[in-house]
Design a protein. Structure first.
Length: 159
């Protein structure tokens, strides 16, 4: 059984934050950071591997609403279909069973959601929103061992 080392370089791009068509990034309506990159670790060629939102290798994002009011915030992901190493690729699937959010940094009380759809949530001033992103890879038999990477884009919009 061959072993393949799978790592995702999670380049998270946070786009401008909009409210009624006006860029508010300078006003720091929402502050967003990546706290943990998505890392599948070691995987075996020819076998699937699931990374749950509760696993240490799950990506973790933290957002905070910093002004008065209780705006609705929309979070959208642009998710890849595969991880790439040169001409080789490994399919990746993101879904509600491996992704969750919470207003507290704790496994208790997390709510699963589908990262392929918009997450819309109301945040009060100084509320935090934590998002954990896992996924499923199914390593084909025709790949070579190595580091497989991809990019995930996150867009936050104040509605």
């Amino acid at each position: 059984m061959s072993k393949i080392k799978i790592h995702i370089h999670l380049l998270v791009v946070f786009y401008f934050i909009f409210m009624n068509g006006v860029i508010l990034a300078q006003q720091q309506i929402v502050i967003a950071v990546t706290e943990n990159n998505l890392d599948f670790g070691d995987a075996y060629i020819g076998y699937p591997k699931t990374l749950n939102h509760t696993d240490a290798g799950a990506a973790k994002f933290r957002m905070r609403q910093t002004v008065r009011g209780n705006p609705w915030v929309a979070v959208n992901f642009v998710l890849p279909n595969s991880l790439v190493n040169g001409a080789y690729s490994v399919p990746v699937i993101f879904g509600p069973s491996t992704t969750a959010y919470s207003k507290t940094d704790s496994p208790a009380g997390r709510t699963n959601f589908d990262p392929n759809s918009t997450l819309t949530i109301r945040l009060q001033r100084n509320d935090f929103l934590y998002i954990w992103l896992g996924g499923v890879i199914n390593v084909p038999t025709n790949v070579i061992p190595g580091v497989y990477t991809t990019t995930i884009t996150v867009t936050i919009t104040v509605l």
